[in-house]
Design a protein around this ligand. Structure first.
Ligand SMILES: C[S@@+](CC[C@H](N)C(=O)[O-])C[C@H]1O[C@@H](n2cnc3c(N)ncnc32)[C@H](O)[C@@H]1O
Length: 258
């Protein structure tokens, strides 16, 4: 287990029970450390015996507010200062909408609930939009996407991992040349999607249409991309090269990009 503040807390924990895979601590540190000491809002689905909520409280400090969701009514007893718990199911859209209507915008969501495909997908669909523009969504135990008893299976339609693969296209949508892949809210609000063993992390950030440019000096003047093939492409390339060459000679700003 990588040694960091959270893993050390976990290993020396003699308080309430915490249940985490050892390699998760490195991922937490990577995506959560920038929030330490800040006035933030955290929502963890899956309270269990309350230990992880206390771990977050210890890690993020006395300015954070932590909310828990669990289907088990007895987990309500783990409420304390900075920690509030809602009882209900993460696959119940109405319940989730009610929860978010009662809490502020969220900085970090950790889905460590029941880990079925429906639970993970419904929670993402209902909660992701309530994360602040620079927040983080972390879904853990995604190995259940490969376990039939949770609704998973390798490349099985409807598994959380299969569902998440659309994000790879959406994050690249500014470069799409088909109306089937338009720029959408996801494209405009997600900076990166991270895949780890059993964990998927979404890092939010407002995204503008990307810009490209060149800097430095040209070493040869007649470069044109060789990607296109065929007679007309050759003709086009010949024409562009000629223009680029003349342009270079007379220091004109006309230049065909590759
Ligand atoms: C893996 S444990 C959570 C572990 C805890 N986060 C920790 O690190 O110690 C999973 C929890 O999810 C809860 N759970 C299961 N199905 C649920 C559902 N549909 N909605 C909300 N919570 C659920 C269980 O009651 C259990 O407490």
């Amino acid at each position: 287990m990588q040694k960091n503040q959270l893993s050390e807390y976990f290993q020396s924990n003699t308080g309430r029970l915490i249940h985490k895979w050892h390699h998760y601590f490195e991922v937490y540190e990577k995506h959560f450390s920038r929030f330490v000491g800040k006035e933030i809002v955290i929502l963890e689905i899956g309270v269990y015996q309350g230990g992880s909520l206390q771990m977050w409280k210890n890690y993020f400090g006395d300015k954070c507010k932590i909310y828990g969701i669990d289907i088990e009514p007895r987990s309500k007893q783990f409420e304390e200062e900075q920690i509030e718990i809602f009882i209900g199911s993460q696959s119940d859209r109405k319940f989730l909408r009610d929860v978010v209507s009662k809490i502020p915008q969220i900085d970090i969501i950790i889905d460590d609930g029941g880990h079925t495909m429906k639970q993970q997908i419904v929670s993402y669909e209902e909660l992701f939009k309530h994360i602040k523009p620079d927040g983080v969504y972390l879904c853990e135990d995604c190995h259940t996407s490969y376990w039939p008893e949770y609704g998973g299976g390798y490349k099985r339609k409807g598994s959380f991992i299969e569902y998440s693969k659309q994000w790879i296209d959406q994050i690249n949508a500014f470069h799409s040349r088909t109306p089937e892949l338009p720029v959408n809210d996801f494209t405009r609000s997600v900076k990166s999607v991270h895949y780890y063993d059993s964990i998927v992390v979404l890092e939010k950030s407002p995204i503008e249409k990307p810009i490209t440019s060149m800097t430095g000096n040209r070493s040869y003047e007649d470069y044109v991309s060789p990607i296109k093939t065929g007679f007309f492409a050759k003709l086009e390339r010949w024409f562009k090269r000629k223009v680029n060459k003349i342009s270079y000679k007379y220091k004109s700003s006309i230049y065909f990009e590759d």
